[in-house]
Ligand binder design. Structure first.
Ligand code: FES
Length: 258
């Protein structure tokens, strides 16, 4: 059920200069959440009630919901000003998140702040099935973050960076090509559109199912502004426009036309 109202901030943590987490109390009215869903969060207690930003869930349990946020504009800058014990107005959960059942071996690919929802996914999957085998590939433009967290959640973790020389240089497609032969039952991916566009044909060619969380271009988060449309296959040769925020953000790699 969709909730809208004020919730208390339980904790706030700076991950690096740009990225931070807010953990809020989970209202009883929110019966279920799925990894990959998002909330529209009011960016300021004093600004216009229209000022909300779609923020993915990066973790949850029965008492709390966590958001990992990158400061990239005025809205997220305002979100960063909230402090512990203040109340924040959230609306959600929204969108269709990742679909998961009983996979035994999975591949997870995250790029940039797109690692946030896949972290939430891995925490849920590990809770439900501690024996699940997880291979994770993370790609960053600059210095990687949450490495320890992903190390604890993954059996194999590969990290690439475009600029940080302590890590393998390059894009996630390189390590992906070297492990594509493994018998993964499902791949879950979230990151910038160019990353999703690069990995999808590789996975499709290997006949490996992939769920893409497409959220990079979201703005209003409620299906109104249409900036987030993408092309989804329809029939043998056609396609239809879908809104990532309303009809997604999860789409299967086999149905997206980049
Ligand atoms: Fe505005 Fe999807 S973000 S329609």
């Amino acid at each position: 059920m969709k909730f809208q109202g004020l919730v208390r901030i339980i904790s706030k943590k700076e991950i690096n200069d740009e990225v931070f987490t807010l953990c809020v109390e989970r209202p009883k009215a929110i019966e279920s959440i799925k990894a990959g869903q998002f909330f529209n969060i009011k960016t300021s207690a004093y600004g216009s009630p229209m000022l909300r930003r779609p923020i993915s869930v990066s973790g949850y349990d029965k008492d709390s919901i966590e958001f990992t946020i990158k400061v990239i504009g005025d809205g997220t800058k305002q979100l960063h000003q909230y402090e512990v014990d203040e109340k924040i107005d959230i609306m959600g959960p929204l969108g269709n998140g990742f679909e998961y059942s009983n996979e035994q071996e999975i591949l997870v690919i995250g790029g940039g702040i797109g690692i946030a929802p896949v972290k939430g996914l891995l925490e849920v999957l590990k809770r439900e099935n501690p024996n699940i085998k997880v291979t994770t590939i993370l790609g960053f433009k600059d210095e990687p973050y949450l490495e320890e967290t992903f190390n604890a959640l993954s059996d194999t973790l590969k990290i690439v960076s475009e600029t940080d020389s302590r890590y393998e240089k390059g894009f996630v497609t390189e390590p992906l090509k070297s492990i594509i032969w493994k018998p993964f039952q499902m791949t879950y991916a979230c990151g910038p559109t160019p990353m999703l566009k690069a990995i999808t044909p590789v996975l499709n060619a290997a006949k490996m199912p992939v769920q893409l969380l497409m959220e990079e271009k979201m703005a209003c988060g409620i299906g109104a502004c249409l900036v987030c449309t993408c092309k989804i296959k329809e029939g043998d040769f056609g396609y239809k426009h879908q809104r990532m925020c309303k009809d997604g953000p999860m789409f299967y790699g086999s149905e997206v036309i980049f």
